[in-house]
Design a protein around this ligand. Structure first.
Ligand code: NCD
Ligand code: ZN
Length: 349
């Protein structure tokens, strides 16, 4: 018996597309299924001005064509000009601003050290209704890497939201039950993205039986109870939780290294994995909210009018183990279980 599920075309509310040959190689993997994505600005050098965001958007569109809409973000630094942020938003160039605590993750050296120095930008964003996307980890070397998200909530996020209550905030790629509870406790103005891979792996997947570099990402996967809290939140139907894959390609030589880069590349098989997870949780009817409705609701954008159909298969779905790019091969995330949902061929856009 073939089961099908038709949804509005999904969006990805947290995505790394990189630049140059890597962009050309991996952007089609997202554009094939997703209508829009929030594009992370952590290029080298980062995307810090409206003009740079506009140029980067053009480079993305040159690869994906018109069927995919990149929603651009600016990388918040201590020297960001509030007027540039507001002007870029008014001109429709940017959708949000991204906060990386300095040193938290890949290419985050230009991030924020002293939060008092970005107060003017945050106030201007609150006033103009521009959301702040946060990489929610402290970088204090004294804080254990597995505790960095929970400590960020207490030390940075909660004080920031109290100081600027009108600011709309997205906690990106949450990994803990603490973050789920914090989002659930917020009356409004706070949302959270959840990645595909954090719904699948816990820290044992990275470390037991040999180190698995393709499961290493930031924030690092936590213990199983946290993964279960994320699955519960994603499948709950609560509109504050929505998909942000954080699909973050690195070439295999950069991942399989004595000092391997953080990032899981999930763009290729995300929809199959999510359908499998929601099916297993007996929550297929809630997949539509998570991938296609809650995100537009938070970002105050329309739900996509085109659709995407998933189909349950008798045999496991095949997908490529690697994507070959001009910047080297990129390993596709392996969930470790067979996938029995495939995206039906979509009309070329
Ligand atoms: C991201 C990357 O590679 O740019 N890596 C990751 O592990 N998620 C950076 C980030 O979003 O933290
Ligand atoms: Zn990311």
């Amino acid at each position: 018996m073939i089961q099908t599920l038709t949804l509005p075309r999904p969006d990805d509310w947290h995505l790394h597309l990189r630049d140059g040959a890597m962009l050309a190689g991996i952007a089609p993997e997202t554009a094939r299924h997703f209508a829009r994505a929030i594009i992370m600005p952590n290029l080298v050098p980062p995307v810090v001005t409206g003009a740079q965001a506009q140029d980067y958007r053009d480079r993305i569109r040159a690869v994906t064509g018109q069927g995919f809409t990149p929603l651009m973000t600016l990388y918040l630094t201590e020297t960001t000009d509030p007027a540039d942020v507001v002007a870029a938003h008014r001109a429709g160039i940017i959708t949000a601003v991204k906060l990386y605590p300095a040193g938290a993750t890949t290419n985050s050296a230009s991030g924020v050290r002293d939060f008092d120095r970005v107060r003017g930008v945050l106030d201007a964003m609150a006033e103009a209704g521009i959301p702040l996307c946060t990489h929610g980890e402290v970088t204090d070397p004294d804080v254990d890497i597995f505790d960095r998200e929970a400590v960020f909530i207490d030390r940075v996020l909660d004080p920031l939201r109290r100081a600027t209550p009108q600011l709309r905030v997205v906690m990106e790629h949450i990994t803990t039950a603490d973050a789920v509870a914090y989002v659930q406790s917020a009356p409004e103005g706070l949302g959270a993205t959840i990645t595909t891979h954090h719904l699948v792996i816990n820290r044992n997947h990275i470390l037991v039986g040999g180190i698995k570099p393709h499961y290493y990402c930031l924030p690092v996967a936590k213990r199983e109870t946290h993964r279960q809290a994320l699955v519960s939140a994603a499948t709950s139907g609560d509109a504050r939780f929505f998909l942000g894959t954080d699909s973050a390609p690195h070439s295999d030589d950069a991942k399989e290294s004595a000092c391997g880069c953080a990032g899981c590349f999930t763009a290729t098989n995300t929809m199959s994995i999510l359908a499998q997870i929601f099916d297993t949780a007996d929550a297929l009817d809630r997949l539509e909210g998570f991938v296609a409705r809650h995100g537009p609701g938070f970002y105050q954008l329309p739900v996509n009018s085109e659709s995407l159909t998933l189909e349950k298969t008798a045999d496991p779905v095949a997908y490529p183990a690697k994507i070959d790019t001009g910047a080297g091969p990129v390993t596709v995330f392996d969930p470790g279980f067979a996938l029995y949902w495939r995206v039906k061929d979509m009309p070329a856009s």
